[in-house]
Design a protein around this ligand. Structure first.
Ligand SMILES: Nc1ncnc2c1ncn2[C@@H]1O[C@H](COP(=O)(O)OP(=O)(O)OP(=O)(O)O)[C@@H](O)[C@H]1O
Ligand SMILES: [Mg+2]
Length: 507
């Protein structure tokens, strides 16, 4: 492999945005038949590199070489002609179109008369989905699918072009363990047939499993390129952060016996089917389960988004009726939604407006906004979650994907709720920010608040929860103390593989 010519090469690529040198003299070689991990903290310049290689933007200086020859990738169509397919961090699907239409958007098969060949498009879409081992109908309207399924459609779009170079910017952020494994299998097959793959992820366990080589960025520069050596996660983390970060999961145990929230036998029209949960003061209750198991739907029911068709929710022992999300917020329930890419942010506001949006009342006196209090609150969160300091001056649409997510999390933590439902709170954020979120969870439970944590990262869920409720088909199959479960047990329990031979309580 050492003598092979790289399929694509960056030679001293620089790219600046107003006020930031996002890529500073980047050199990277992407080899055919290799999965190359691109890693680094939020805002270090990964997506910037990807946009340059995908023809979305032009570099300020430096050369891009294709099989050793300098080329210009003038626009995304040119990238496609070069055989580059990209799954961008931000979704690019059109929610009102069908899955098949999205997969072939801009590239629809034509009949001999030049009209769109719908039958062929549908068959081709089915073939791509089958190749991915994904069970989604090509006729489904994409907007009605779950975030994870929409992510799979994004990936299908890239796979449908016969690409020589596949770029995936955080492809697994919305996927469960099962889907990740299937995606990996597919990528390995493509790699083995000679495709070059560039892979960005903040899930380091996953990176260790899939990549052949890594490049690590910090502040727009390459700080390490591993070549073909074996990848070791703790070395990666140290290179990313620039220091030894110590404990990954700084769990504190603050659960008490006092019940704050109880859902008894609740159902909704949207996939909750007789679920019962009990949440104690100071407790972190983890909801485990695979993608589509109904965890998000349970969260939506508890937050008043979807109405109950059956069952009752009790708050501090009293039955409550949540007719809307406003009712939930007024009852002291907060939800950090999973779907942050779509509905979490006001893109034209700065961080401060976004963070304080859920708690304007506490910042308003006699109907007048206390701007100074807003700035102080924002600054606190920017420090704590290590949000890019640019967030204070710029509107959020100019921030990196991970920094945008941190802002949505900050908003809900700032609201004065008693119960926090966190749906995949660490998806797409870097290891430093993940630890900051864990510490915030500790702070919440320390002062007697309670947390329902949904996470597809099994290690995180096990380490940060007191109790784990395993969700399947919209109901709780079992509830077990987190300390009594191993990673394997949780995978088995979530995927219905029998045998969980520890003491367990059937709810
Ligand atoms: N369109 C833009 N205008 C101005 N600044 C930008 C723009 N896009 C990105 N930036 C800035 O460039 C830097 C690099 O951002 P980039 O999106 O490449 O980071 P990233 O490594 O992909 O981060 P993440 O892991 O959060 O996705 C950040 O400081 C970001 O705020
Ligand atoms: Mg990015």
């Amino acid at each position: 492999m050492a003598t092979q010519i790289p399929l694509w090469e960056f030679e001293k690529i620089c790219k600046a945005y107003p006020g930031v040198l996002a890529n500073d003299n980047i050199c990277i070689k992407l080899m055919p038949g290799s999965i190359h991990g691109l890693l680094g903290e939020n805002g270090c310049g990964k997506s910037t590199m990807i946009k340059t290689l995908s023809g979305v933007q032009q570099p300020d200086s430096g050369k891009i070489l294709h099989k050793g020859k300098p080329v210009h990738i003038n626009d995304p169509q040119a990238a496609r002609k070069f055989g580059i397919a990209t799954v961008f961090q931000e979704f690019s699907i059109v929610p009102t179109l069908s899955v098949a239409e999205n997969i072939f958007l801009g590239n629809m098969p034509r009949s001999t008369f030049g009209t769109i060949d719908w039958a062929r498009m549908r068959d081709d879409a089915s073939a791509v989905l089958a190749e991915m081992n994904v069970h989604i109908s090509p006729d489904a309207i994409t907007g009605t699918l779950s975030v994870g399924e929409q992510q799979l459609v994004e990936i299908a779009k890239a796979i449908a072009i016969d690409a020589k170079m596949i770029i995936l910017d955080e492809p697994t952020a919305a996927l469960g363990e099962d889907e990740i494994e299937r995606l990996h299998q597919l990528l390995r097959t493509m790699r083995d047939s000679g495709t070059a793959i560039l892979y960005v992820s903040h899930r380091l366990d996953e990176v260790e499993r899939i990549v052949d080589e890594v490049t690590i960025l910090r502040n727009g520069r390459v700080v390490r390129a591993s070549g073909e050596t074996k990848i070791n996660v703790s070395e990666i983390v140290n290179a990313m952060v620039g220091e030894d970060i110590g404990e990954h999961y700084p769990k504190e145990f603050n659960a008490t016996d006092e019940i704050v929230l109880e859902a008894r036998d609740i159902s909704t029209k949207f996939g909750v089917s007789g679920a019962s949960i009990t949440l104690h003061k100071g407790e972190v209750l983890g909801l485990g389960g695979v993608l589509g198991s109904g965890r998000t739907e349970i969260a939506r029911a508890l937050f008043g988004t979807d109405k109950l068709t059956k069952g009752t929710i009790y708050l501090n022992g009293k039955p409550i009726q949540l007719k809307s999300e406003i009712d939930a917020i007024c009852s002291g329930i907060a939800l950090v939604p999973e779907n942050r890419k779509f509905d979490g942010l006001f893109f034209n506001f700065r961080a401060s407006g976004n963070i304080t949006a859920a708690s304007l009342r506490s910042l308003t006196r006699f109907g007048v906004m206390n701007l100074q209090a807003e700035e102080i609150a924002t600054r606190g969160f920017i420090d704590e979650l290590e949000i890019s300091t640019q967030a204070e001056e710029k509107t959020v649409n100019f921030l990196s994907g991970g920094n945008q997510q941190k802002i949505v999390i900050a908003r809900w933590l700032f609201s004065d709720a008693q119960i926090f439902i966190l749906d995949e709170p660490t998806q797409g954020i870097d290891i430093g920010a993940k630890i900051a979120v864990y510490k915030l969870i500790n702070e919440l439970t320390r002062v007697g608040k309670s947390v329902i944590l949904i996470s597809s990262d099994h290690d995180e869920l096990l380490a940060m929860s007191d109790q784990i409720a395993v969700v399947q088909h919209g109901t709780i199959r079992r509830s077990v103390k987190a300390s009594e479960l191993t990673h394997d047990d949780l995978v088995r329990a979530s995927t219905n593989i029998p045998e969980l031979n520890r003491e367990e309580k059937i709810v």
